[in-house]
Ligand binder design. Structure first.
Ligand code: FES
Length: 149
């Protein structure tokens, strides 16, 4: 995939984005190959891969949960939603569940402030999310949640 780009350092980010799109994350092997191809130190590729939020060094889950923590959502307790997800799925933002079903990320404003707090799973928007509603939503995606909580 990287061979469609000239062997020039300025294409590093474009190649990393392609790898991210194709595999869902940037593996160590991909970084090693890219390092050889562009003849640049792997440490530089690693710094870039960790700097850009759109790039991930971990495989992402089947379902990506994005919880908005922009101002409007923050005022309407988005933190409670994030904490509830942490309790139910045992993952924090940036992490993926052991079964690979969910990853969670926080974002700044999903453009639907009127229905804050807002959460998106894959392409589906959920507004006015409450901890109770959250449980039902996650179950709909086959999530195994900790019912004892
Ligand atoms: S601040 Fe959350 S949708 Fe705008």
């Amino acid at each position: 995939m990287m061979h469609k780009y000239p062997k020039e350092q300025r294409y590093t980010l474009a190649i990393l984005q392609d790898i991210q799109r194709k595999y869902g994350y940037i593996s160590k092997e991909s970084m090693e190959k890219l390092s050889v191809y562009l003849d640049i130190p792997i440490s530089r590729i690693y710094s870039m891969a960790t700097f850009y939020k759109a790039l991930s060094l971990q495989p992402k889950g089947q379902n990506i949960i994005k919880v908005c923590d922009g101002t409007a959502c923050h005022i309407r307790s988005s933190i409670a939603i994030i904490e509830e997800i942490e309790k139910l799925l045992h993952i924090k933002p940036g992490e993926t569940t052991m079964d690979g079903l969910f990853s969670i990320e926080t974002v700044n404003c999903l453009g639907s402030c009127a229905i804050a707090p807002v959460m998106v799973i894959n392409e589906t928007y959920y507004g006015k999310v409450t901890p109770i509603l959250l449980r039902e939503i996650l179950k709909g995606y086959g999530g195994t949640i900790d019912e004892d909580r």
